[in-house]
Structure formats: structure tokens, C-alpha cells
Design a protein around this ligand. Structure first.
Ligand code: BES
Ligand code: MN
Ligand code: ZN
Length: 506
């Protein structure tokens, strides 16, 4: 497993194969590390950069194998643009670091030392810089290749250690790197569950993984309901979605106890459809291909619980995941069926492919009634409409609670799990009226706005609790052009939830 460490001093002094330095745009000839490396390895780096058109602008990357005393080292220089304290500038730093690490990995580097750039360049503090660097380094190294023959696993060599080097503030850097490693471990764990084939990750599998996490931490406890109990408790949404499947559904709750009896409880709820075929309202093949991703919300919530157990925020947290398959069969819920949820409300199921809101309805009702949380945030790969509206770079945020929405937007901005708020006014509410039940599970075609009408559906199950819904349909899987991701799962949500937990009481 990849170890992240913090070192005082220079990257080239460390016993690593690759040394990574960041260069400010326009300072490629004067940079002290460029000069130092030129002396150290007897080369003219400024001249080499000139021929390679490397000026330090964002996206510039130079890899240079060098030799000293007969051994080979890999020098890497990455551009970080001009001094700029915008969110974008720091996000481009994340991507520059990720590109460099992936290139080093492809060049067979097993150890990399990274000279942290000046935090003032981005207008952030040392902690933020080091914490994010650690997270991104570990996220960049993630690979899902266990089903590929060993000899042909060409993309990822197993990285052994990444060392973060700073000349000062070493205690701050050490602590930040350690926390970042914990968070990235959770992000990558979520990605791994999501990337697993849907027949290898069914509700019982994921519930077992949740149990493993809980067993490892004294401050976590778990409650689990199987399909029989779900039916008995009157959770017609979760039971109804699971009816077509031969595998039992689960409702898994993990509680993190911070040890302070006065502390509030935050509820994190995640959609856990381990495969979404659409049910009898069957999806066309092209849309079904990646539907193992439909438990990305649950994966984010469960993996976050592992991180908070170690980071120990001063607030209680309950993670709630309704887990089910959505499959067609002679036993499946039919379009036209009417189901009754845990809170007593009924819904007409016009389309069995709008199943996420059905399982979430019961999970939200349950946590509101039994745990009285101070706030609820749910994460769900809920609608194609949200992915169409925002693409893969922003998660959709829906809320009737401005203060909480702003708080979560701030967590998104700090963590890199960016969100964009979409409307949820009453105008859209009538889209989910039903002539035969309290509400209908799909919106009417005159109003469209499928992501917003889905949010309104969920709103029926949170009562007065301040609540934010995040639609991660566009951001959970196969996100292009962001170098710290690869094909497959992104683990979106973990970084944001951890930030929210850690900054709730400040
Ligand atoms: N899981 C899908 C949404 C989805 C789409 C997630 C693309 C990730 C990528 C969800 O269950 C679904 O099928 N939603 C339907 C709702 C519709 C029937 C109202 C959709 O978006 O088409
Ligand atoms: Mn669906
Ligand atoms: Zn779904």
C-alpha cells in the first residue's frame, strides 16, 4: 500500500527515484530549484525548458531522466501558472500534481519526493496545501486493475512512497499529510466498491464491507435491516424496488459517536442501487452499461464513516444507506403500482426506473423519525437530467435551506467536490402530483426539470429537518479531463462530507 510521508528539506535530498518540483509561470530560468537541479546533475535546465517550450504555465509538464554517480533519477517539473488565489488556480494545482504523479507512475517510479510549492502562490495556508496534496497524490495512484492479467497491467506500477518535502512548518505538513492520507484512503475505497462488477458487489456484499469498517473502529456502531425487516417495518419503497431481484435488500446505518453527549447529529444518506437495469421500465443497453455506478452515494457515505472514525470530528454522524438491486422479473414492481413508505405517504410508480427516490424516501423517513438529526445531506446518482444540466464537473445541489446550502457549497469549494445549486421553488412541485396517490415518482413532461422534480419528491420525507440533496449522476463515474481521476469511479462526495464533518463546529 502507498505510504505518504512528510520530510523537512529538499526533494532531491530524499532517497526517491523521482523528484517533483513546481514552477511558477515565467520563472523557469530563475527558479531556485531549477538552478539547484542544474548544478546537482550538471545540466542546463533553463536551456532544456526553452527547447521544450516549458514556461511554467498551467498544464506544462517536463520529465527528465538524469544520472548521478551511475544511478538514474527522474526529474519532474510541473507548471502552476502565475500567482493567483482563485479556486480555479488551486484546482489546477491539484491537476498538475496528479498529472505529474501519473506520469511518474507510468515511468516506473515507485518512490516520488514532492517539493511542496509556496502556499502563498494560491492564497491558501500550509495545512490546506499539504492536506490537498496528500489526498490528490493518493487518489492519482488509484487503479482498478485486479481483473487484468498481471503482465498487462501497464498503466499503474505499484507506488510505494510519496514524500512531501517542505523547508519549514514541518509539524503542520506532517499532520496535514496524515489526515489527507486517511481521506484519500476512503475516497479510493469508495471508488473500488463502485468499480467492482455489479455481481460482485450486491447489497449483502456492501453490507459486509460496512460491517468490516465498523469492526475496526470502537467509535462506530452498526444497525442493519434485512429484506424481511424492511417489509415488516413498512418500507414499501425499498422493498418495492428490491422485489424484482433474487438478492435481498439491506438498510445499513453506521453511527459515529464523538463522545460528547451534547453534540448534534449529522445524517449522511447515500443511494445504494448496486445495479440499476431500470426494472420493468427497462433501460436501453447504452444507458445500462455503467449502472453499477448507481451505489456511488452509498459508497461515499460508508467510506466517509471510515474516515471520520479516524479523524474524530466533534459532532455525531449517522450514515444511512438503502441497498438494493433494481431488476425486472415476474415478481418486480409494475408501472401503475402504488407503494406506501415508512412515513405513511404513498406514491404511484409510473416508471420503475425512477427507483432511487423510492429507496431514499424510506431511508430519509427512518433517520428523521429515529435520530432527529440537526441536518441531512443525501448523495444520489439520481437523474440523467442533472448530468445533462451540469455535465461531469459539478454536482447538483438542491435545498430549501439557504444557510445549509451555503455551508455545503463552501465544503465543496474547499474540498474540490464542487457543487452547483439548482432551483427548488414551489413552481416545480405540482409536477409530481398524482391522481391516485400522494405523489408520483416521475415528473410531468410539461414542467421537465427532472433533477428538480426528483428533489421535490425527496422533500416529502425530510419533514422540517434542514436538508440538502446532492445529485451526483454526472460526477460519480467516467469523468473526463480531471487528471486525479481515471476511467471509472471518482469517489465524489467523500472529500466534501469529510470537510463538512470537520468544519461543522468551528
Ligand atoms: N440511476 C439513474 C440515474 C443516472 C443516470 C445515474 C445516468 C447515473 C448516470 C436513475 O435511477 C434513473 O434511471 N433516473 C431516470 C429517472 C426518470 C425515469 C424520471 C432518468 O434520469 O432517466
Ligand atoms: Mn433508474
Ligand atoms: Zn438509479
Amino acid at each position: 500500500m502507498l505510504v505518504l510521508s512528510a520530510k523537512t528539506g529538499h526533494a532531491h535530498e530524499q532517497g526517491a527515484f523521482a523528484h517533483l518540483y513546481f514552477v511558477v509561470q515565467g520563472e523557469q530560468a530563475t527558479d531556485k530549484y531549477v538552478q539547484k537541479m542544474s548544478e546537482q546533475f550538471g545540466i542546463n535546465l533553463a536551456a532544456i525548458m526553452e527547447t521544450q517550450n516549458f514556461t511554467g504555465k498551467n498544464g506544462d509538464l517536463l520529465l527528465l531522466p538524469v544520472t548521478k554517480d551511475g544511478s538514474v533519477r527522474l526529474l519532474i517539473f510541473a507548471g502552476i501558472g502565475k500567482k493567483d488565489s482563485s479556486l480555479r488556480s488551486f484546482e489546477l494545482y491539484r491537476r498538475a500534481l496528479a498529472s505529474a504523479i501519473k506520469k511518474a507512475q507510468a515511468a516506473r517510479a515507485t518512490t516520488i519526493s514532492v517539493q511542496l510549492p509556496d502556499h502563498n502562490h494560491f492564497g491558501v495556508n500550509v495545512d490546506h496545501l499539504a492536506y490537498n496534496s496528500a489526498i490528490i497524490a493518493k487518489m492519482s495512484a488509484y487503479c482498478f486493475d485486479e481483473f487484468i492479467a498481471q503482465e498487462t497491467r501497464d498503466e499503474c506500477v505499484d507506488l510505494v512512497e510519496i514524500m512531501f518535502c517542505a523547508l519549514t512548518d514541518d509539524a503542520v505538513v506532517g499532520d496535514a499529510v496524515a489526515r489527507g492520507a486517511i481521506v484519500a484512503q476512503s475516497v479510493n475505497k469508495a471508488r473500488h466498491w463502485i468499480d467492482l462488477p455489479p455481481s460482485k458487489l450486491t447489497p449483502p456484499h456492501l453490507a459486509d464491507y460496512a460491517q468490516e469498517i465498523v469492526n475496526e473502529h470502537d467509535n462506530l456502531s452498526m444497525t442493519m435491516f434485512g429484506e424481511d425487516e424492511v417489509i415488516k417495518m413498512g418500507m414499501g419503497g425499498l422493498a418495492g424496488v428490491s422485489k424484482g431481484s433474487d438478492v435481498d435488500c439491506r438498510l445499513v446505518l453506521i453511527e459515529y459517536n464523538c463522545g460528547n453527549p451534547q453534540a448534534e447529529t449529522l445524517a449522511f444518506v447515500g443511494k445504494g442501487i448496486t445495479f440499476d437495469s431500470g426494472g420493468l421500465s427497462l433501460k436501453p443497453p447504452r444507458f445500462m452499461e455503467t449502472m453499477k455506478e448507481d451505489m456511488s452515494g452509498a459508497a461515499a457515505v460508508l467510506a466517509t464513516m471510515q474516515a471520520v472514525a479516524q479523524l474524530k470530528p466533534n459532532v455525531n454522524i449517522i450514515g444511512v444507506t438503502p441497498l438494493s438491486e433494481n431488476l425486472p422479473s415476474g415478481k418486480a414492481t409494475k408501472p401503475g403500482d402504488i407503494i406506501t413508505f415508512y412515513n405513511g405517504k404513498t406514491a404511484e410508480v409510473k416508471n420503475t426506473d425512477a427507483e432511487g427516490r423510492l429507496v431514499l424516501a424510506d431511508a430519509l423517513s427512518y433517520v428523521v423519525q429515529h435520530h432527529k438529526p440537526a441536518m441531512i445531506i443525501d448523495l444520489a446518482t439520481l437523474t440523467g437530467a442533472c448530468a445533462y444540466a451540469l455535465g461531469p464537473f459539478y454536482t447538483g445541489l438542491f435545498s430549501l435551506h439557504d444557510e445549509l446550502a451555503d455551508k455545503i457549497k463552501a465544503s465543496g469549494d474547499r474540498s474540490g467536490d464542487y457543487v452547483w445549486r439548482l432551483p427548488m421553488t414551489d413552481d416545480y412541485k405540482k409536477a409530481i402530483k398524482s391522481p391516485v396517490a400522494d405523489i408520483c415518482n416521475i415528473g410531468n413532461s410539461k414542467i421537465q426539470a427532472g433533477a428538480t422534480t426528483a428533489a421535490h419528491f425527496l422533500q416529502n420525507f425530510v419533514g422540517d429537518t434542514p436538508w440538502v440533496h446532492l445529485d451526483i449522476a454526472g460526477t460519480a463515474f467516467d469523468v473526463p479531463d480531471i487528471s486525479y481521476y481515471r476511467t471509472g469511479a471518482t469517489g465524489v462526495g467523500v472529500r466534501l462530507l469529510v470537510d463538512l464533518a470537520m468544519n461543522w463546529k468551528k
